[in-house]
Design a protein around this ligand. Structure first.
Ligand code: MV4
Length: 598
């Protein structure tokens, strides 16, 4: 096994990878951009290197900076996470040619699967069904029309380098061919630097089913069952689950075995995902994702396997220690991406301070995140701040547990898509598992999303909404002769002017009386017009002001030790210090003047 791994990524996936390292006794190295100085993955790692000049998002893409950090740290392997460098064959090759091991498929395997027509031809050789269409690029409108005549309209024109819906054009009739062909070529060139396109029969309402693969360097390939990622919005997955509610046992077995054959043919190693479209009981290969994916978690939950740990072991040359028959799918799992977005405003990204962050917990709940309360969510990177993964014994229980967990999840400070998830859990089509890839974009009524955000959305914090902090007071009461100690909380109330009373500090609404705080933190002394006096007998530990100082309301004047507690003596008002009447070490009595203000 490696002794030190550099994780070339940020956010929850970087922490996810480091957690696997930790369990394997491997030391971890983070890299970070200027914008991420205090980010969760930096806090988690054993050591961290700043690779980040001005443009934050670009830092993580800087091949040389990442390799330099690996050399400086003396790391023996690099894990790319997902996004950024994960599917970059050129970077993988640079790592392979260095003294550092690449934790992922070989650059060659990535290239064999990266170009869509090559991948389609490879899958056909492995007897994996592909969508009817071409395995050679097409150049002219005439070719497109010939193919469309053979399979019937609609057909899809797809860019060779395509993915995520970019460079995908649907042609519904012959007169659209020229225009859509040109658009697909233009988009392919613009997005992927490759104007080459090919043609497929277009499926109207397929489901998106993907199979998780693990392959070692000794020829063993296992599939870990499928995930259903049909619930997508503009090609962005929002909820994923395993197993798929749309497959029966036979189709599940067939699709899993097809995925195995496909990656075996490609000489693929490490973790990967084979994506399929499924319609009317048929499945068709779409593409291979040559990385760990966001939604790998649901597969981990239903198989009990740690996929990231296996990525590390396989890259270190270890052999998979289980047979295909040992892989059992148990129960059901769903993943909810917790994105900082306002679902009611076209899922616009939201930014702000994470004022409250209190994730769900309890049985069957897993949270993968890299944030904590108080963090700034800046909008420099993608909007996913956490993932909630829920596991249960079956889909029904998983739905109920997910409703419970999403209701528990408290996030304040900006919009998240939690209200959208809660809506989905009440949605008949989703609950029935009947949604296709078109459901969110074409069928769900947007007004229902607006109502869900009104109902379940929380943006501000309790404090800002309710104007005032909590004052807690303790009383001894007797009820029918029985003694009770009670503690009462009041929101926005003035603190109590009695020594020994309990209360949170409350400068903003403090009355002009002297106030003691048994929290041991501060004693606020009345200005009494000009003179600040000691609230209680004690010793001056330090004097924080000098004569002539300009001070503001709330500034600490001196620290008074009384009853074994250090109490800040805070000024009630601003002004100029005209006299300091005490010095460090001096004993004072209650009522003694401390400082005079003007
Ligand atoms: C398709 C298709 C229907 N028929 N190909 C969209 C992303 C790209 N990687 C492949 N995509 C599709 N290819 C044929 N021949 C429908 C889609 C598609 C889709 C696929 C998966 C998940 C969501 C989707 C949303 C719209 C379209």
């Amino acid at each position: 096994m490696f002794s030190k791994v550099l994780v070339a990524n940020r956010g929850e996936i970087a922490v996810r990878v480091m957690r696997a390292c930790e369990e394997l006794g491997v030391r971890t190295v983070a890299v970070y951009s200027e914008a991420d100085k205090h980010a969760g993955h930096v806090r988690y790692a054993d050591e961290a290197y700043n690779i980040g000049p001005a443009r934050a998002a670009d830092s993580y893409l800087d091949h040389e900076a990442v390799l330099d950090a690996a050399r400086k740290a003396d790391a023996d392997a690099i894990h790319p996470g997902y996004g950024f460098l994960a599917e970059n064959a050129e970077f993988a090759r640079k790592v392979e040619e260095s003294s550092v091991k690449w934790i992922g498929p070989s650059a060659d395997a990535m290239e064999r699967l990266g170009e869509k027509t090559k991948a389609r031809a490879l899958m056909q050789r492995a007897d994996v069904p592909v969508v009817p269409g071409t395995t050679e690029p097409v150049e002219s409108a005439e070719e497109v029309k010939e193919i469309a005549d053979e399979y019937g309209y609609p057909v899809a024109i797809k860019a060779e380098g395509g993915g995520g819906g970019r460079g995908l054009k649907v042609v519904r009739s012959e007169d659209e061919v020229e225009e859509q062909l040109e658009t697909a070529q233009r988009e392919g060139e613009a997005y992927f630097g490759n104007a080459s396109v090919y043609v497929e029969k277009y499926l109207e309402a397929p489901r998106h089913i993907e199979v998780q693969i693990l392959a070692d360097e000794h020829g063993n390939v296992r599939h870990l069952g499928e995930r259903d990622c049909s619930l997508q919005r503009r090609h962005q997955k929002v909820i994923e689950e395993a197993p798929s509610p749309a497959l029966d046992a036979d189709l599940r077995e067939e699709i899993g075995e097809a995925a195995r054959r496909g990656v075996k043919e490609a000489g693929y190693t490490n973790a990967g995902t084979v994506e399929f479209l499924v319609e009317d009981g048929n499945f068709y290969f779409m593409e291979v994702n040559t990385r760990i994916q966001v939604e790998h978690t649901v597969t981990e939950e239903v198989t009990g396997l740690d996929i990231v740990k296996w990525q590390l072991r396989v890259a270190a040359g270890e052999e998979l220690d289980f047979e295909q028959d040992d892989v059992e799918i148990e129960g059901h799992a769903m993943e909810f991406r917790i994105n900082a977005e306002n679902a009611a405003n076209d899922f616009a990204p939201a930014t702000g301070t994470l004022e409250t962050y209190d994730p769900a917990g309890g049985i069957g709940v897993r949270i993968d995140d890299a944030v904590r309360q108080g963090d700034e969510i800046g909008g420099d990177y993608d909007s996913m701040i956490a993932k909630l993964i829920v596991a249960a014994s079956d889909r029904e229980e998983c739905l109920a547990r997910s409703e419970r967990a999403l209701a528990e999840f408290e996030i304040e400070g900006f919009h998240t898509i939690v209200p959208f998830h809660r809506l989905m859990l009440t949605d008949e089509t989703f609950r029935a598992g009947e949604h296709t890839t078109k459901y969110l974009d074409e069928e769900l009524d947007p007004e229902r999303i607006e109502r869900a955000v009104e109902k379940w959305g929380t943006v501000g914090t309790a404090a800002s909404e309710e104007d005032g902090e909590v004052t807690e007071r303790e009383f001894t009461v007797e009820v029918n002769g029985k003694r009770f100690e009670v503690s009462l909380e009041e929101r926005g109330a003035p603190a109590i002017p009695a020594a020994g009373g309990s209360g949170n500090s409350q400068r903003a609404s403090r009355p002009p009386q002297a106030t003691a705080d048994d929290g041991g933190e501060e004693v606020v002394v009345e200005g009494d017009g000009e003179t600040v006096t000691a609230e209680m007998q004690g010793t001056i530990l330090s004097v924080e002001v000098d004569e002539g100082d300009e001070i503001a309301a709330g500034d600490v004047l001196c620290v008074l030790e009384a009853m074994k507690m250090e109490n800040d003596v805070v000024s009630e008002r601003g002004g100029t210090v005209t006299q300091v009447l005490v010095s460090e070490g001096e004993s004072v009595d209650m009522g003694d003047p401390l400082v005079v203000l003007e």
